[in-house]
Design a protein around this ligand. Structure first.
Ligand SMILES: C[S@@+](CC[C@H](N)C(=O)[O-])C[C@H]1O[C@@H](n2cnc3c(N)ncnc32)[C@H](O)[C@@H]1O
Length: 492
C-alpha cells in the first residue's frame, strides 16, 4: 500500500509537472544578511541531565515584598545568543502595556505560561496574530516550508491510516496550527489522485491567527460556494480536491461524530509552558514581574501555584532517576489537556493523530526560547516581536493519552528521519529528480537533506558559517490511534 501510494503520487506529479516546477527552494543565499535555514530547534538544548547551573536567584517570601528592589539575574549564556539591545523598547508597545497592566492589576507577577500565551496569541498584538512569520522574510522556517515532500509524506501517512480505519465515507481531517497552510495544501495535492480518500474528507483548520487563516484560504485555493439545501450557509471548498474546509479557534469547536485524523506539526511547541525551579523550599514556579525601572524580570513564586498540581502529575510519570538531578522542569498543562481531548475523540469515533515536533521523550528541563528574524533573542525582549517556543515532552503526551482512555494506543516517538524514510521519501525525491532543472534538483536535494539529515548538509555551497543543519533527528513523530485499528504505518 505504502509503496503504491508513494509511486502513484509520483506518477501524478511527473505527468502534471505543476508540482515539480514549484521550487520551494531554500531561502536565497544571504548577501549579507539573514541566516537562511533557521528553524526553532537550532539552539543548544539542555537535556534533563545538562541543566544550566546557577540560573535564577531564589526569592524568599520576605524578599518578595522587596521584589522591586532586588535584582534577579538569569544566566542564559549557554542557551541564548546575547540580546542585541536592552529588554525595553524605546516606547512600550501595546502588548508590553497590556502585560504590565495585567501584572499591576493582579498586584504580582504572572506565570511564564501566561506571559507566553499573551505574547503568542493575544488577539490584538500576539506574535502570530497579524502577520506571516515564516520563511526568509519571517522569523523561522518549518519542514512544510522546506519541501513539498514533507506534506506529501504526511498525506501518505493519513491515507494509510484511513485504509486501516476501514475507508470510512466521511472523515474529519483536522490540522492544528496550519501556519501558511502549506502542509495541508501539499497533502491534498499529493492525495488528489485517490478520489475515495479525498471525497471522504471534511477539512478543519484550528487556527487562532486571522492573518494566517487568510493565507491558508489562499493556499488551499478556497472558494465560497452556495449550498444547495434551502437556507443553508455557503460552504467553503478547497479547489485542490473539492473538499469542504472550515476554520476553528480550538479543537473543541470542530464538529464531532466522525472518524477523525488529526495532524499537529509544530503546534505543541507553541503551547504555553510553566517553568519550575528547585529551591530550598521545594519546587517554585518561575514568574514574570516588572522591576522598578519598568523592565520585565523573572522571579520565583514564594508559595505553590495552581500549576504545581500539573508539576506533581508530571513528576509522578517520571522515573525517579530522571528527576533526581533536575534543577528545573517545564510543564505544559495545555499539551496534556489537548492530548486527552484528542484521545477521547479517537477512542469514541476512530482515527488517529500524528504529532511531529522537536522535543524529548522525557522530562524537559529549560528549553523555552525566543526567535526573531532568524536569531535567538532574550525571552523578555520586546514581547510580541519574537516567536516563543519550548521543547515538546513526548513522554507526557503518551502518559496523558493513555491516562484518559484504554481504547487508544500511542506509538513512538521515532525520529523524523525514520518517519519520512519509512514512508518512502527516498522514492519520492528520486522520482522528482528525474524531471527537473539543475536549480530545482539542487533545491530538492537540499530540502531532502534538511528534512531527513542530521548534521551538516553535504550539498551546501553557501558560506561555511551558514551550512544548514538537518532536522532528521531533532524532530520526533508520535502517533495516537484507536486500538482497534492496530499499529499505524510506519510505527509497526
Ligand atoms: C510554529 S507555527 C507552525 C505552523 C505549521 N504547522 C508549520 O509547520 O509550518 C504554529 C501555528 O499554530 C498556530 N497557533 C499557535 N497557538 C495557537 C492556539 N493556541 N490556537 C490555535 N492556533 C495556534 C499559529 O498561528 C501557527 O499557525
Amino acid at each position: 500500500m505504502l509503496r503504491k501510494l508513494v509511486l502513484a503520487s509520483t506518477f501524478r506529479r511527473t505527468i502534471s509537472n505543476g508540482f515539480l516546477c514549484r521550487t520551494r527552494s531554500p531561502v536565497p543565499l544571504p548577501s549579507p544578511s539573514p541566516i537562511p535555514w533557521f528553524y526553532r530547534t537550532s539552539t543548544l538544548f539542555f537535556s534533563t541531565s545538562e541543566v544550566p547551573q546557577g540560573s535564577t536567584i531564589e526569592q524568599t517570601e520576605d524578599e518578595t515584598k522587596d521584589a522591586a528592589c532586588s535584582t534577579i539575574s538569569i544566566d542564559r549564556s549557554g542557551l541564548y545568543n546575547p540580546p542585541e539591545h536592552p529588554h525595553e523598547p524605546s516606547s512600550d508597545s501595546e502588548l508590553v502595556k497590556h502585560l504590565k497592566g495585567i501584572i499591576k492589576f493582579r498586584g504580582g507577577p504572572i506565570s511564564v505560561a501566561e506571559y507566553m500565551e499573551e505574547v503568542l496569541t493575544n488577539p490584538k498584538a500576539g506574535f502570530y496574530i497579524n502577520r506571516d512569520v515564516f520563511g526568509a522574510h519571517g522569523d523561522f522556517i518549518t519542514s512544510p516550508e522546506v519541501s513539498q515532500m514533507f506534506g506529501e509524506m504526511v498525506g501518505v501517512w493519513a491515507m494509510c491510516l484511513w485504509e486501516q480505519m476501514g475507508q470510512p465515507k466521511n472523515v474529519n481531517l483536522v490540522e492544528l496550527g496550519p501556519g501558511r497552510g502549506t502542509l495541508m495544501a501539499d497533502l491534498l495535492r499529493g492525495a488528489s489522485k485517490f478520489k475515495n480518500f479525498t471525497e471522504s474528507l471534511h477539512v478543519h483548520l484550528v487556527e487562532c491567527s486571522p492573518a494566517l487563516q487568510k493565507l491558508q484560504w489562499d493556499n488551499l485555493k478556497c472558494t465560497d460556494r452556495a449550498n444547495t439545501a434551502d437556507n443553508a450557509e455557503n460552504r467553503t471548498i478547497s479547489a485542490l480536491v473539492e473538499a469542504p474546509v472550515s476554520w476553528h479557534a480550538a479543537l473543541e469547536q470542530v464538529p464531532s461524530g466522525l472518524p477523525t485524523i488529526i495532524i499537529a506539526h509544530e503546534f505543541y511547541d507553541a503551547l504555553p509552558v510553566h517553568q519550575f525551579q528547585r529551591a530550598s523550599r521545594g519546587w517554585c514556579e518561575k514568574m514574570v514581574d516588572i522591576q522598578e525601572d519598568s523592565l520585565f524580570r523573572f522571579v520565583l513564586s514564594p508559595q505553590p501555584t495552581p500549576a504545581n498540581l500539573y508539576l506533581l502529575k508530571r513528576l509522578k510519570w517520571a522515573a525517579p532517576e530522571e528527576i533526581t538531578n533536575l534543577e528545573q522542569v517545564e510543564v505544559c498543562p495545555k499539551a496534556m489537556d489537548l492530548t486527552q481531548q484528542i484521545s477521547k475523540i479517537i477512542s469514541l469515533y476512530g482515527g488517529g493523530a500524528l504529532i511531529i515536533d522537536y522535543g524529548l521523550n522525557g522530562v524537559v528541563s529549560d528549553s523555552l526560547q525566543a526567535i526573531r528574524k532568524h536569531k535567538f533573542v532574550n525571552i523578555l525582549d520586546d514581547p510580541g516581536s519574537a516567536d516563543l517556543s519550548a521543547y515538546v515532552d513526548f513522554s507526557a503526551i503518551k502518559s496523558s493519552a493513555e491516562e484518559v482512555s484504554e481504547h487508544v494506543t500511542v506509538h513512538g516517538p521515532i525520529t523524523q528521519s525514520q518517519f519520512l524514510g519509512s514512508l518512502g521519501i527516498n522514492f519520492r525525491v528520486e522520482a522528482l529528480l528525474q524531471n527537473c532543472s539543475d536549480e530545482q534538483a539542487e533545491a530538492l536535494r537540499t530540502g531532502y537533506w534538511r528534512l531527513v539529515g542530521d548534521g551538516e548538509a553535504p550539498f551546501w555551497e553557501g558560506p561555511d558559517d551558514q551550512v544548514p543543519i538537518g532536522m532528521g533527528t531533532r524532530y520526533l513523530a508520535m502517533a495516537i490511534v484507536n486500538k482497534k485499528q492496530g499499529a499505524p504505518v510506519p510505527f509497526q
